[in-house]
Design a protein around this ligand. Sequence first.
Ligand SMILES: *Cc1c(COP(=O)(O)O)cnc(C)c1O
Length: 559
Amino acid sequence: MEDNLQGVLKGQKIAYFSMEIGLRNEIPTYAGGLGVLAGDTIRSASDLKVPLVAVTLVSNKGYFRQSLDTSGNQTEQIEEWDPSRLMTRLQQEVSVKIQGREVKIQAWQYNCKSLTGGCVPIIFLDTNVEGNSWEDRRITDFLYGGDHSYRLKQEIVLGVGGVRMLAALGFNPRKYHMNEGHSSLLALELLTRNGTDSTKVKDLCIFTTHTPVEAGHDKFDYGLVEDLIRDKNYLEILKKFGGADRFDTSLFALNLSNYVNGVTKRHSRVSNELFPGYSIQAITNGVHSYTWTSPFFRQLYDRYLPGWANEPELLVRVGGIPDEEIWEAHWKAKKELIDEVNKRTGVCMDYETLTIGFARRMAEYKRATLILSDLERLRKVNRRGRIQLIFAGKAHPQDEAGKQLIREIFKIIETLRNEIKIVFLENYDMDLAAKMVSGVDLWLNTPTRPYEASGTSGMKAAHNGVVNFSILDGWWIEGWIEGVTGWSIGPQPDDCLSIEEARLSELDDLYNKLYYIIVPMYYDRKDEWFKMINNSIGMVAYYFNSHRMMRRYVTHAYL
Ligand SMILES: *Cc1c(COP(=O)(O)O)cnc(C)c1O
């Protein structure tokens, strides 16, 4: 039957390439929002029967499992997993040349099946093949591990190897969609397959950029590139389209794609400034509604808004659901989270207290500690009405600044031990994310602008009636109506302030809005709080979902 299915699926016309994909917890081949977005994209394509096939690396040893000691020092454990337990190994083998060696690549197939009958196959590339040198067998071990050389080898396997594998499997894609620049070397392979006709290749390629700052784009010294790719013709092509001084993966993708987009309206504007002369469109991200809605809200929506999961626009009719039932669904999700927190930490959080959540990669620009930067003002908020805080997130193993953020949070947890309940939960992953975005009352996001290209966790929160309180960056600029869909923190979208000026305005808003608006509303004006919950679902979730996003990709980019 699997074979049969495989035959049918060769009609998949869109090839979607991503270095990371977050399909489910047991497949730890994601690090954060980019991978989870790829997973949501695939789930929506499957539901909507978009003929898509996805390609990624098997990342046999995962990203990493996070352990934290009592001071918040992070250590990383290998998260080894066994693809053979969940996937089918395919017979076909292809190879790529790296440092003059033929590196063999095998593949695993996982099918993302939908209740609608749709199905998206995902091809996981794997160099752990007999006959490869020990070193080459390790290329597809660690997601975002190793040095520049390791990363470029991975990108060769993903881009060049991926195109070859699809061809070997009998796919004949009409479009190649690069989710971020990591897979841009697929365009190199397409050029050689199309007589170096860049017009033809551009017609085949779509590029979605996710990084709003120059430093975020993968770049490689040509010395390294030449060492790994020892082919004069290839190098000429890379220099022609990927930059004369260094090989810039994003530039290469930009130059070889007819359709390029950023992931929110703001991000596409910033990208147009970053890459003058290119036309970068906007398709605002979304999340997969069913995946990110708690079982309690799923049941509720099923009862009152049948069909919502495959038509999330129906959430606009949330007003027809009685407030008590919405509150009950939220209460159950909150209870589940608080029970988990108490089981893990022994901190004794309670169900009644206004609970604030912050969880995402511990990257410096996300500023996890912003809300903890003025403890006097935080204490004052807590005296107005009690609050409790739940944090989670992994720092990249090589990101010292990110690790320092975790230690700082641990220090403040200690300082406030007898005053405000704050916890940091270990090993943030998709399962914990699902619990957190549905179980808190208020979802906090405080990035440095304009670094948050989109952000998606707030969209997940909205699906569960959890209210957003966030800096005006990324998607929130489009989702935010002050006091209606949630609250902003700091400068308006077009205010031009220095980072320091912005920070002062952000701290004022953060504490003042908590003190004067959010805490009083939560405790004293429940009817208004219900309205905020309703609007999160009916005015935010109904739009910021990956079904809407996928339809945009189909009409704007794929067709
Ligand atoms: C959704 C998600 C993210 C993205 O969170 P942002 O707030 O958008 O950065 C990161 N990690 C996991 C596990 C997620 O589920």
